[in-house]
Design a protein around this ligand. Structure first.
Ligand SMILES: *Cc1c(COP(=O)(O)O)cnc(C)c1O
Length: 485
């Protein structure tokens, strides 16, 4: 493709994307295909001769779209939202064009510097304590990770290195292996699976502590486990507090957990992957109170802040803890600027070396929406979830299973788990809307998450009408089954 054709095809592609997004509500939200559907539809190996753009774009509709789950459909209520906005898509296009690999400051100064400033902007938007900001000479600062899972892993590894060094400074005879064997990290039983995985990858014990009846991790539960573990010679070093759990959007009690972690020399990391975006609204910011006790904080603008995947914002209070944990300086990556305090080499903050120019999409989105429009967006989603909540509450056959704080409603038919499993199966087989379930203690629960940028009250009403129709059919069949027995 030469430049002239790129100009033409680029414009066509923008039209295709605009048509896709504008007409997405007309597509079935969840595909009909079976596993393995795609292989028979395309050749066994790559073509020897070039093909045309037209051929490819035709195949997009024929081969790809039938197998796409439309995450941006207003009938998509599964998982959590994944962000999508036009400014972010355009910025990503520019990022693709610049195509730099910004692992160090010299590798592309704008890539590093815009990221540092954008993380400061975003930090200020959620009123993070000054200590997390880079500013001109701060000790903290932010970085874009690919995902919340990476943020948890990176901070766990940094905390691990930090505690090992501290213990070895005190007792030089201690081997790393001996210390590793005793290290223990904590999270609530409601934390995301990526937290447990970080423990596995990091080679340390990770214990899940029971949450309270509101699915919140409390200080007393942490303290109890710490006391038990210390009595058996274990070394607590890391704790993940979750704000907005994946199952039901509950909040761990930072104000109780934070002081304990600080007193016990435990690195506190906060995972607010989904909920974090809401903290740009003053009315939701109190949910973040206690962040001042944390060593690191992370949330995903790529979930709920209109910055397309991937963009997971992570801040640390002491960037030396991160950089110190992973620093290697082979000659080919050294540069004469690196000792100056102004220079950040993000390769020391993350697991991979390479990194894309992802801050461009934050910059475009923050400028084209402004904080006010972003706040409006969050508020609209929260309002819609409360609308759904009140529909559930008005139907005596149903119950709401956890407090609705942001854009997620957990609900179920008052009845057996089997009945609720059958309802979800019916919903996802009909494919008018798409939902996923969760377990809350021993209950099987349906999750209704407000996801799409374009979802409106009418879609919520339609979805509820649809759910209740399917429930009525199901309950009728149940009754018939019982009477015929
Ligand atoms: C979605 C989610 C994650 C995982 O996010 P990734 O960025 O995909 O790794 C982690 N924690 C919580 C609480 C989440 O909701």
């Amino acid at each position: 493709m030469n430049t002239a054709e790129f100009r033409k095809r680029g414009k066509e592609m923008v039209d295709y994307v605009a048509d896709y997004i504008e007409g997405i509500h007309k597509r079935q939200v969840y595909p009909d295909v079976e596993p393995g559907y795609l292989r028979p539809l395309i050749p066994d190996s790559a073509p020897q001769e070039p093909e045309t753009f037209e051929d490819i774009i035709k195949d997009v509709e024929k081969i790809i779209m039938p197998g796409v789950t439309h995450w941006h459909s207003p009938y998509f209520f599964a998982y959590f939202p994944t962000a999508s906005s036009y400014p972010a898509m355009l910025a990503d296009m520019l990022s693709g064009a610049i195509g730099c690999i910004g692992f160090s400051w010299v590798a592309s100064p704008a890539c590093t510097e815009l990221e540092t400033v954008m993380l400061d902007w975003l930090g200020k938007m959620i009123n993070l304590p000054e200590a997390f900001l880079a500013g001109k000479d701060g000790e903290g600062g932010g970085v874009i990770q690919g995902s919340a899972s990476e943020a948890t892993l990176v901070t766990l590894l940094a905390a691990r290195t930090k505690v090992i060094r501290q213990l070895q400074a005190k007792s030089p005879g201690l081997t790393e292996a001996a210390i590793m064997d005793k290290l223990v990290a904590y999270a609530s039983d409601q934390s995301h699976s990526s937290v447990e995985r970080a423990g596995l990858i990091g080679g340390v014990k990770l214990k899940l502590i029971p949450s309270d009846d509101k699915f919140s991790l409390r200080g007393s539960a942490l303290q109890k486990m710490l006391d038990e573990d210390k009595a058996t010679g274990l070394i607590p070093f890391f704790m993940v507090a979750t704000l907005g759990t994946t199952s039901c959007c509950s909040f761990d009690n930072l104000l109780e957990l934070g002081p304990i972690c600080n007193k016990e020399n435990i690195w506190m990391h906060i995972d607010a992957a989904y909920a974090g975006s809401a903290f740009i609204c003053p009315e939701f910011r109190p949910l973040l109170n206690g962040v001042e006790f944390a060593d690191s904080y992370n949330f995903n603008p790529h979930k709920w802040l209109l910055v397309n995947f991937d963009c997971s914002a992570m801040w640390v209070k002491k960037r030396a803890d991160l950089i110190g944990a992973f620093k290697l300086d082979p000659v080919y990556l050294q540069h004469h600027n690196q000792e100056s305090g102004l220079v950040t080499d993000y390769r020391h903050w993350q697991i991979p070396l390479g990194r894309r120019f992802r801050s461009l999409k934050m910059w475009f989105v923050f400028r084209m929406y402004g904080v006010k429009k972003l706040q409006e967006y969050i508020r609209k989603h929260v309002k819609l979830s409360h609308e759904f909540e009140s529909l559930v509450q008005k139907d005596p056959r149903f119950e709401v299973c956890a407090e609705v704080v942001l854009g997620l409603v957990c609900f179920r038919i008052k009845g057996s788990n089997e009945l609720n499993e059958a309802l979800l199966e019916k919903i996802n087989k009909t494919k008018k809307i798409h939902l996923v379930p969760c377990h809350l203690r021993d209950k099987y629960v349906l999750r209704f998450a407000i996801c799409s940028r374009t979802v409106e009250s009418v879609h919520i009403q339609e979805a509820w009408q649809h759910i209740t129709e399917l429930a009525t059919e199901l309950l009728k069949k149940e009754k018939e089954k019982k009477t015929s027995q």
